[in-house]
Design a protein around this ligand. Structure first.
Ligand SMILES: NC(=O)c1ccc[n+]([C@@H]2O[C@H](COP(=O)([O-])OP(=O)(O)OC[C@H]3O[C@@H](n4cnc5c(N)ncnc54)[C@H](O)[C@@H]3O)[C@@H](O)[C@H]2O)c1
Length: 348
């Protein structure tokens, strides 16, 4: 039996309480939240779970093996370090930390203490992403040329972070996964229109080796919730619309563009002939259940989880670089440590 404590039970934390409670061999024993209303919410639904305002009651409870942290991102670092110091395995919500330095310290301590560290990059576990990735690895799509990802909705009423750090971790984690690489160049533009201190709309461009590119648009300003990714590959094109209840992934066969030949004939009609569209069958499961099961089985087996610290660190690197670009508005910013060499290689 793995005994779990959960810190932070606002919007997302209750999903962790529910999902972890449903897994055999797991018992959620304590939940901590600063707000009395959130503690009452948990007590009403789960009378057997103890609640507390003080996260230290969870961290210092020697009967607890693992802690899930679903508090705002700027609190992840200190809570994660404290939990690891107390010997707990940790599931930290995305983003792992608000700086690469902090993320590196968490990863280093987890390794030193030999504790599991899983970061909640939920979409890496989604049936759609798993299917797209297996099409890619089987060679069915060819190589990725470019990816465009849009994630828009009305913004949260209260926030201490901008739309980039709130929404883009999901897009970045998927893009790095599909590209199987880290970008050599990160650019970002953002703006705030409603007197917010934080950017509400952000455009990020990532450039990878071999000239591959990705574009991310996140925004809190649209009531039409959008989660749409297009991936142009050498053999096929993938459209991933996470708002669709069933047909989330469409694969487009190559089409024949006859615009050139049509324009050669004076009376020709401009047009193109798209190929077929194929809807791969997706497995049916809840991504959060898969994420939580990976956390528990990683603890039991000692193997790293799929969404581990290494992936999470790359996401924080890109976020930090994009954030820096938003603040400084200066030259492009690289998300990693080998910028000069790789950039020089690209610009030869
Ligand atoms: N995986 C996903 O799809 C997903 C979705 C939403 C949010 N998230 C992530 O989950 C985390 C929380 O986001 P949210 O939207 O639930 O925020 P939220 O503000 O709704 O909830 C955070 C809760 O943490 C509590 N809290 C803060 N500091 C605390 C402390 N020291 N001890 C105990 N409780 C504390 C607050 O009282 C609040 O109730 C963020 O990292 C966010 O990025 C992930």
């Amino acid at each position: 039996m793995i005994r779990v404590g959960i810190i932070g039970c606002g919007y997302w934390g209750p999903n962790l309480v529910r999902t972890l409670s449903e897994i055999d061999d797991v018992r959620v024993v304590r939940v901590s939240d600063l707000r009395p209303g959130r503690r009452e919410f948990v007590s009403r639904r789960y009378p057997l779970i103890q609640t507390t305002a003080d996260a230290n009651d969870v961290l210092s409870d020697t009967s607890i093996d693992a802690v899930a942290i679903a508090t705002p991102p700027d609190t992840h670092y200190s809570l994660a370090l404290n939990a690891l110091d107390q010997g707990k395995h940790i599931l930290v919500e995305k983003p792992l930390a608000t700086t690469t330095k902090d993320a590196e310290r968490i990863i280093e301590l987890a390794a030193r203490k030999q504790r599991t560290l899983l970061v909640g990059h939920l979409f890496l576990y989604s049936p759609a992403v798993v299917e797209i990735n297996s099409l890619l690895r089987r060679g069915d799509l060819g190589s990725v040329y470019c990816i465009s990802s849009v994630r828009c909705n009305l913004g949260p009423p209260n926030t201490q972070i901008d739309a980039l750090w709130d929404l883009a971790p999901h897009d970045i984690s998927m893009i790095l996964h599909f590209m199987d690489d880290s970008p050599v160049d990160v650019r970002a533009y953002g703006a705030s229109f409603t007197n917010s201190r934080f950017a509400e709309t952000v455009f990020v461009i990532l450039r990878f080796t071999d000239g591959r590119i990705a574009h991310i648009h996140v925004s809190w300003l649209t009531p039409a919730k959008t989660r749409l990714m297009q991936m142009i590959c050498s053999k096929r094109v993938v459209l991933y619309d996470d708002m669709q209840p069933l047909q989330k992934v469409q694969v487009y066969e190559p089409g024949v563009d006859n615009r050139v030949s049509a324009s050669e004939k004076e009376s020709g009609t401009l047009g193109f002939a798209p190929g077929g569209i194929w809807l791969p069958a997706l497995k049916s499961y809840e991504p959060l259940r898969a994420e939580c099961e990976d956390f528990i089985s990683s603890i039991q087996s000692g193997r790293p989880p799929f969404s581990d610290g290494v992936r999470a660190l790359e996401v924080v690197r890109v976020l930090e670089a994009a954030s820096h670009r938003l603040r400084e508005g200066g030259q492009s910013v690289y998300a990693g440590g080998e910028f000069d060499a790789r950039q020089a290689e690209l610009t030869k």
